[in-house]
Design a protein around this ligand. Sequence first.
Ligand code: OXD
Ligand code: MN
Length: 598
Amino acid sequence: MTSHPRLKRWVEEMAALCGPDRVVWIDGSDEEKKRLEDEAVQAKDLLRLNPEKLPGCFYHRTKPDDVARTEHLTYICTRNKEDAGATNNWMSPEEGYKKAGAIFRGSMRGRTMYAIPFCMGPLGSPFSKIGVELTDSVYVVLNMRIMTRVGKKVLDQLGTDGEFAKCLHGKADLSPERKLILHFPEDNAVWSVGSGYGGNALLGKKCISLRIAGWQARQEGWLAEHMLILGIEDRRGQVEYVTAAFPSACGKTNLAMILPPEGLKHKGWRFWTVGDDIAWLRVGPDGRLWAVNPEAGFFGVAPGTNSRTNPNAMAAVQRNTIFTNVLLKDDGTVWWEGGDGDPPEHGTNWQGQPWKPGAKDAKGKPVLGAHPNSRFTAPASQCPCISPKWEDPRGVPISAVIFGGRRARVAPLVYETFDWAHGVYTGATMASERTAAQDGKVGEVRRDPMAMLPFCGYNMADYFAHWLSMGGRIPRPPKIFHVNWFRRDEKGAFLWPGYKENVRVLEWVLRRCRGEGGAVRTPIGHVPSHDALDMTGLDVSPAALDALLDVKSEEWSEEMPEHKKFFEKLGDRVPQEIWEQHKALGQRLSEAAVPARK
Ligand code: OXD
Ligand code: MN
C-alpha cells in the first residue's frame, strides 16, 4: 500500500468508478507471482504448460476478435484537436473520460482490481518514468511483471509525491463495440477498456513508452522511439551501438538478437541485445545520443521464430514465458507456423479447436495452428545475448540510427543519408507493406514515419519538427541509414537472404560511421560500392547484388508525389525544412545524377 496521498486518492476514485470487490497492490514478490499464477490457472485464464519441458511457462488465449492492436479505436485526447494531428484519432478529454467512464462504470463488480506500480527504464535512471496500472486482468499483471519493473521497489522510488502515469485498464465485457484505448497526454494518463490484447492492455508498452513518453520527450528535449537497440562487439572487445526502427512485425526482435553468419564467423563479431522494441534517447554529457530500453521483457511475434531465424529468442522462451494464441500441443508444449520442428499430428489451435496439419474450414480455407500475431512474453534477462549494459542507468551511446521498411521494390538494401535533416526526411517518408500486427489488409503499402505511425502521441508534423530540432541539440549525432531486407526480383522472390546475413550490412554501417567503407553517391544517399559489402561465403549473385543496391531514379520520382501527398495530409504544421528536403531530393532525382553503379 502506498504513502503517496495523490496516488491513494486516484486509486480510490478509480475503484469507486469500476466497482471491484477488492483492490490488491502488486508488490513484485515471488510469492505473489505464484499466487497469481495459481489463481489464473484456476480461473482458466492461463493454462500451466509442461513443467518439465517448459518450466514456469503458461498459455493464454485471447478472444478471437481481440488479437491485435485496434488502431481505429485508439485515440489521443488533447484539449486542442490540432495537437493530435492528422494521423491520430482524436476525442476531447471530456468526451473520452465520459465515453470510457460509461464502459468502466461498475465493470469490475465481482472482480479484483490490481494496482501495479511499474517503472519504465532501470530504477533510479534519469531516463526512467514511473506509472501505476490498474487492471482487472491477472494476465495483464503477469505480463507487466515480465515487461516492466514492478512492485514495492517502484513505490519506494516514487516516494510520497513523485510523478506517475495514471493507467486504467479493464476488460469490461471484451466487446468490440465497447472497446477504447484513450491517451490523455496532458494528464499523463491512459484509459484502455474492452481489450485483453497485449498492445492494448500492457499500458507500459506502446501507450506509455511511446505515445505518452513521446509527448513528454518533446517537451523535455529527448526522443521516445519504436526502435531496437543492438550492441556490436569487434574482436578487440570494442562495442558500438545502433538503434533501428522498423514497422511492427518486420524483424526488429530478430535483428536485436542477431548472430554472425557462417561466412563471417572468422571475424569474431559478437552481438548484444539492449532492447528489441522501444528506445528512449537523450543527449549525454559527451554530446552523443544515449539510449535506454524502457522495457524489461520481450513481447515478440511467435510465428517465424525458430532456432534458425532467432536461436537467442528460442533460448529465451524455454522458461518463465507466457505464450498467447499459439498452438497448444497435446504434451503441454507449444508450436507455431514457422516454428521449430514439424507441425504436431494434432493439437489445439489458437481458437481452442482441435487442429491437425492441413486443416481447412468449411469454405476450404486453411486453418492456422497459431494466430499470425501470436506472441511470447519473456524476461529480457533470459536472453543469452542480453547486453551486460542493458540495465545501465546511463544507457549506451549510439553510433547509427537505422530506419527500415518492408518494400518489394524502390528502396535498396541499404543507404546512408547525407546528414541529420536528410535522415529525418528519410525516416519521415518510410513506407512498408502492412503486416499482421495491425488490423487491416496485409500487404498494402502504407507510409509509416520512423515506424511511429500508430505510436506517435501527438501531431506527426510537430514530431518531425522535434526530430529536426534534436539535430541541433546533439553535438556528435549518430549517422542515419535506411535498410530494406525485403526487396524482390521480377518473379517475386526475395533478393536478400536476411536474418544473420544482415550482419554484412551492419558491418558497412559501422564502417561508414568511422569514415570508412566504399560508397557511391546517389540522389537518395550513399549506397555501398560494388565490393563494399563483405560477401564471403554468401551465395548471392553479382547481378542480384546489383539489383539489391540499385537506385532507380524513375521509381523514386514516381514516389515523390506520394511523399508530397502524405505531407499535405499532415497539414500546415509540416516544417519548412521537410519541404526543403523534399524539393532537394526532387531536384537530385531530376538531375538524375546517378552514376552507373560499377
Ligand atoms: C509490437 C508492435 O507489438 O509493434 O511491438 O505491434
Ligand atoms: Mn513494436
